[in-house]
Ligand binder design. Structure first.
Ligand code: BJW
Length: 232
């Protein structure tokens, strides 16, 4: 087996579940209260901006109240101690990887604590509400929306992600159901370039059979154990 130097880690809602943030597709998931098409598409935002702003104002509040768990902390340790290339590509909009201390993090589906001005294209760190239509700090327009990638929109930094996948010796997917593309296809891309692939999840994902290995359990247990093994 080739020595591992370059690692790409994909994280999903499952890594933050034990921090108290609800996942999407579980029975008690976020979208049990909302239809996806009512809150996570540009069309929904045009049709009912107040509903969408209220949904994300609440999500922002939840993110601010949450704390990183041992899985985030273990990945932050790996980021600090891994001498080779490493990229944590998260689908999550929370900032728990960063608050645990990880630096090599990319938010492909946007960030809860960021507001995007559709008038001047500026992005602002945002911890307050957007429902009350505050002015953009850069141009003054009342045109701020959550800086979130909705269905039908292009995820962020795809070129950088594909380049990292092409160089990866190891691809690890943590706490994601494999229901949403393009992230669900990363395992095939990495494997196609020769990477070993590992899934860490509470339950098998939709694409589980595409991984070389699957380890099942809560992220707060299986992620620290895996990091310990990699750094040994
Ligand atoms: C635990 C745990 C514990 C729980 N420990 N684990 C037809 C076919 C194929 C594709 C398409 C299609 N029609 C349309 C598309 C494209 C579409 C898509 O994929 N649709 C599918 C529904 C089919 N995708 C898009 O539109 C994307 N854009 C796009 O494709 O642009 C074109 C393009 C082309 C080529 C290259 C590049 C681009 C945009 C997708 C945007 C997704 N946005 C959302 C919402 C916004 C963020 C937010 O509000 O937070 O992002 S959707 C939602 O799902 C969110 C998540 O990031 C994403 C993934 O969810 P995740 O993280 O997997 O959560 P769950 O709940 O599904 O799973 C949780 C997992 O955790 C489970 O597996 C549990 O077992 C596990 N777990 N507790 C460990 N304690």
């Amino acid at each position: 087996m080739t020595a591992i130097r370059n690692i790409v880690i994909l994280t999903g809602a499952g890594i933050s579940a034990e921090s108290g943030l609800r996942t999407f597709r579980a029975e008690d998931g976020l979208w049990e209260d909302h239809r996806v098409e009512d809150v996570a598409t540009p069309h929904a935002f045009r049709r009912d901006p107040e509903l969408v702003q209220r949904f994300y104002d609440l999500r922002r509040e939840n993110v601010l109240a949450a704390q990183p768990n041992p899985a985030h902390q273990a990945l932050a340790r790996l980021d600090r101690e891994w001498p080779g290339e490493l990229l944590i590509v998260t689908q999550n909009i929370d900032d728990l990887h960063e608050r645990a201390g990880a630096q090599r993090v990319l938010h492909m589906h946007g960030e809860a604590l960021s507001a995007w001005c559709t008038a001047c294209d500026a992005r602002h760190h945002w911890t307050g509400t957007l429902l009350d239509s505050p002015p953009c700090p850069a141009c003054g327009a009342a045109a701020l929306r959550p800086d979130i990638v909705w269905f039908g929109e292009m995820p962020y930094e795809m070129e950088r992600i594909f380049a990292a996948l092409a160089r990866a010796d190891l691809f690890v997917s943590i706490g994601t159901s494999g229901a949403v593309y393009p992230a669900a296809g990363f395992v095939q891309q990495a494997a196609g370039h020769g990477a070993r692939t590992l899934e860490l999840n509470l339950e098998r994902s939709l694409g589980s059979s595409m991984f070389d290995e699957t380890r099942l359990g809560p992220a707060s247990e299986i992620v620290p154990a895996w990091v310990e093994e990699v750094l040994r």
